[in-house]
Design a protein around this ligand. Structure first.
Ligand SMILES: *Cc1c(COP(=O)(O)O)cnc(C)c1O
Length: 423
């Protein structure tokens, strides 16, 4: 039996109904934007393996940095100790984060980064004797799969089974073009109740919802409403961070900076699982007290893992090189060219581009569900043709490694064009 067949005996995959899926390809090797399965079939990784990989697979700079750290200090506990890599990384982040971000809390993945932000928002108020226990989030948001993060997420079939066991979250519409006023009004009415500790959002792009985009102007307005009403703002930049939107962070497009930010995914260049939640000084001071009970009693075994920190340092250095910045521009320009070519296709409803992100909605008669028939047909077509794309309902999006070669990107576009003929 090959790996593909052996896999099924013990492995339980994410977001997978095992009864209805075929054997999964077993990937055994990766280089740059390419992956190979055990039969030697080649795939273009057009979604950077769930948005984590900006510099390509098996990147030598990343591998060297990790090897060096593994053979110097692979791990040390972060309770009662610090280490040089955590210090260097927090200093490096201060150079690139919005200037109101002053404190760094480390965890392991995007969901934990969100958990930490939500817990901090609630406990900040608790420490001051203020009763604010609810959170505001967008409809269709995705913030992760742990309980707090899941509560904030609005994609219902992800969370339906746990209704009733979740933190209280009230949703406002995504302020896509034409919807802005409605969102602003809804938020204004909510914050007046003084029941909300925080508003959490994916800035400018809702990733898992299908790369749904909205403007920086309206987000600035929403943040300003929260600021005026003492509601903390949490920018979940787990997907948007580290260059995806064309700037280092989506928050760099904003005048009003969020109080907290959640980072993961591309943070370590797609190598070591790690996440960071960042905070303004004001928030940190809400926990800074003679009373031990007012501390943030949250941590993870691998908090600030030195190997993860070394990977993040290498990744940020790579991101800052002229070459990678140029790559981001090149991908962006190619997306724009493809957009003008495809937008008038009779089967295309709408297209959108921001930074290295391209999305296209296919015209449909009925509402297509997230993992519905059209999605599965498209997904299978892409995989057969050696292109890794994971459509969301009728939305096909591309978020490639920044280093993807032009001919590879052209193959991705061509495969999408061909796919329009089969739906
Ligand atoms: C992926 C994602 C998360 C969750 O991250 P995990 O590492 O999968 O737990 C949270 N927020 C956003 C915006 C994401 O894209």
């Amino acid at each position: 039996m090959n790996f593909s067949q052996r896999d099924k005996k013990h492995n339980w995959h994410p977001y997978t109904q095992h009864k209805t899926v075929p054997d999964f390809p077993a990937i055994v090797k990766g280089k740059d934007a390419l992956l190979w399965d055990e039969n030697g079939k080649e795939y273009i990784d057009a979604i950077a393996s769930w948005w984590v990989n900006p510099f390509g697979h098996s990147n030598k700079v990343m591998a060297d940095a990790i090897y060096e750290q593994l053979t110097t200090l692979e791990h040390v506990l972060f309770g009662g100790f610090t280490h040089n890599k955590a210090v260097e990384l927090s200093e490096k982040l201060m150079e690139i984060l919005p200037s109101n971000q002053q404190k760094i809390f480390y965890s392991d993945n995007g969901s934990t980064a969100v958990e930490v932000a939500i817990k901090v928002a609630l406990q900040y108020n608790y420490n001051k004797g203020i009763k604010k226990t609810k959170v505001i989030a967008f409809e269709d948001a995705f913030h992760g799969d742990t309980f707090g993060a899941m509560a904030a997420s609005g994609i219902t079939f992800f969370t339906e089974a746990f209704k009733g066991s979740l933190l209280e979250v009230v949703r406002i519409p995504v302020p896509t073009a034409g919807n802005e006023e409605q969102t602003i009004k809804t938020l204004e009415n909510l914050v007046k109740t003084n029941e909300f500790a925080a508003f959490i959002f994916e800035p400018l792009v809702l990733g898992a919802a299908g790369m749904v985009m909205y403007s920086a102007e309206v987000l600035d307005k929403l943040i300003s409403i929260c600021n005026q009403n003492n509601v903390f703002t949490i920018a979940d930049e787990v997907m948007t961070g580290f260059g995806k939107t064309g700037k280092t962070f989506a928050s760099d497009y904003l005048e009003n900076k969020p109080d907290m930010m959640c980072l993961s995914k591309a943070l370590t260049g797609g190598t070591i699982p790690m996440a960071i939640t960042t905070f303004s000084q004001e928030i940190f001071e809400g926990f800074y007290h003679d009373d031990t009970d007012k501390a943030l009693f949250h941590g993870h075994t691998f908090t600030a893992n030195p190997t993860g920190c070394a990977a993040a340092l290498a990744s940020i250095s790579l991101l800052q090189t002229d070459e990678i910045q140029q790559n981001i521009q090149t991908v962006h320009q190619s997306h724009l060219a493809f957009q003008s070519k495809i937008k008038n296709h009779p089967k295309v409803k709408t297209t959108r581009v921001l930074g290295v992100i391209f999305a296209l909605e296919i015209k449909t008669e009925t509402q297509e569900s997230y993992y519905g028939t059209m999605r599965n047909k498209l997904y299978n077509f892409f995989i057969e043709n050696g292109v890794i794309l994971r459509p969301v309902g009728n939305i096909v999006y591309i978020l490639p490694p920044y280093i993807i070669a032009e001919n590879q990107l052209q193959k991705v576009y061509q495969t999408i064009e061909n796919a329009l003929e089969i739906v």
